[in-house]
Ligand binder design. Sequence first.
Ligand code: NDP
Length: 536
Amino acid sequence: MELNTKTKSLAKVQTHLVAECFNKLYIGGEFVDPIDGEKYPTYYPATGELLHEFPRGKANDVESAIAAANAAWAEGTWAGMPAASRAEIVAKMAQGIEDNLEMLAEIEAADVGKPYRQAAKGMGGAAGEGKYWCSLGKALDAEQDVPVNSGGGEGGVPPSEWNVVYRRDPIGVIGLISAWNYPMNVAFRKVAPALVAGNCAILKPSEIAGLSCMFIGKLAQDAGIPPGVFNVVTGDGEAGAALAASPGVSMISFTGSTLTGSKIMGACAQKLSQVALELGGKSALVVFDDTDLDKAVETTMKGFLTNGGQICTAHTRLIVQESIKSPLLKKLKEELEKLPFCTDPITEKDRGDRAWEDGMTDVVQPIVCDSQHKKIMGFLHEAKRAGVEFLTGGNVPDAETVGNSGGYFIQPTVLINVERDADVWQKEVFGPVLSVRSFSTEQEAVLEANSTAFGLASTVMSADPAKAMRVANRIRAGAVYATSNGEGLLAEHPAVSRGGFGCSGIGREKGIIGLHEYTELKSVNYTGFSLADAKK
Ligand code: NDP
C-alpha cells in the first residue's frame, strides 16, 4: 500500500522508536522488560494513528526501581561526590539532549501533537536549563560547612563554646512524577537538580505522552551515572501512586493537575515525606484601554493558544477594560477564524508567515489524546447548556477544514460575559478555550484577576508603567508579567524561580531556590576542635 504524507512522517518517527530505551524500563542501570510484560498504545494526535506501544510499568516494577535506588543510596558513592563532580556527569546528559535534538523534537511532535518548531524550541530549552543546573554544582559545594551567623537579630548568636556550620544534604530516594504537555522540559527540570544535589531518583513520565522522557535513561547510562542512581518507569497513575505511597521514597517532586497533586500530598502526609507540587493554573491577562489593540490581540492569542492551550501558565482568562472590549473582541474573532490547523505537526518545520515569536501560535495544533479531547468538549457542552455566550469556536472542526481526518482537533473558542462562578472561569480546561470578563476600574481588575483558587501566573498590559507594576504587584500568582507590548509572555529563564500560590502548588522550581528543594538543610555543631583540624 502507498503511504500517504502523514503516514510517511509517522513512519520516520517510528524508526527512532525501535531503540531499546523506547521499549524497556530503565532500572538499576539496565534496560528491562516490565515484570507483567504489558504495553500501552500511544497515538498520533493529528490523525489518531497508532504511534508506538511502550512498557506499562506497574507497582511491582516501581518496587524494583525503588529497591535499586535505595541500594545505590545506601552504597553512597553518588551522594559522597562533590556536587561539581556530579554536575559534570549530569552535564553530559544535557549535552545528549542537544546532540539528539532533532530526533527528540520529532518524537515529541508525534507524541504530543505540537508543531515541530515548538518541540525543537522546547528541547533546546531543556538542554540549556540542564546545563544551568549543572553550573550550580559549584554553588552548592560552596554552601557546605558555611558558618552560621546570627542573622542580625538580638540574642541570635550561638553560645561562644559552640561552633556551628550549615550543610545542604541530599534528601535520599526521590520520586519524580511528570506531566505530558512539555514532556522533556518538565521531566529534565526535575532530573537534573535532583541528581546534581546528590539524590537517587525514579522518573515516572506520563502515559499520555512520555516517549521523549524514556531517552533520559539512555542519557544516564551513556553519561556514566552509577547503576540505580537514576531509573525510569513508564506507566499510568497506578505506578505514580505506588511511587508516592512507598516508605522507600523520601520525597515526591510532582508536576501535574491539582487533583492528582492533592492525592500525592495525601500519600506523602501518611509518611511525613517531602513534596514539591507544580500544579495547574487559570492565569489572567488584564488589558487596560491604553494598550495597543493589535498587541493586545496578539498577546491574548499567544496566551491561550500556545501548545494548544495545554500549558500550565496558559492565560485562559481575559480581563479587558470595558472601553476597549468591543474592538478587541471583534479583532480577536477575525484573527482566530483565520488560523489554519496543523495537519502534520512532525513536518511543521517551516511555517512562519504569522510568526509572532518563533514556534508560537500561528497554527491550531491537535489536542494530545482522545480522553483530553473529550474532557475539553465536556466543558464546552456544559457551557452551552448553561447558556454561556460563544464569541467563536466551540466545536470540533470537520475533516475538510482541518485538512485530514481522525485527529483530536477543537476550534479555538472564546466565551464572553462569563459568570465568575462558572466552571469555565474557575477550572482549568487545558485546551484552546478563553473566558472573558470586563472591568472599569483598577480595583475591579485586581478583584477579577484574583477571583480563582489558582495562582500560577498572570499578565498586566498597559502603556502606563506605574499602573502596570501597581496591578502586577497586587496579583496573587507565582509569576507575574507587567508589559506594554506583550513581549516576553510565557518566556522563562532557568535562573528565575517560579511556582504556585494557592491551588497552583507548593514549593519553587528553577534558580538556586529550585536546587535547594532537593536538599535538606542540616546544622553541624562541633566542639573541642577547629573545622580546619577536621579537614586535615
Ligand atoms: P495529571 O495530574 O493527570 O498527571 C501527572 C502525572 O501524575 C502523570 O505522570 C500521571 O500518570 C501521574 N498520576 C496520575 N494519577 C496519579 C496518582 N494517583 N498518584 C501519583 N501519580 C499519578 O496531569 P497531566 O499529566 O494531565 O498534566 C497536565 C496538568 O499538569 C495540568 O493541570 C497542568 O497545569 C499541570 N502542569 C503544571 C506545570 C507547572 O509547572 N505548574 C507544568 C506543566 C503542567 P499518567 O499520566 O500516566 O496517568
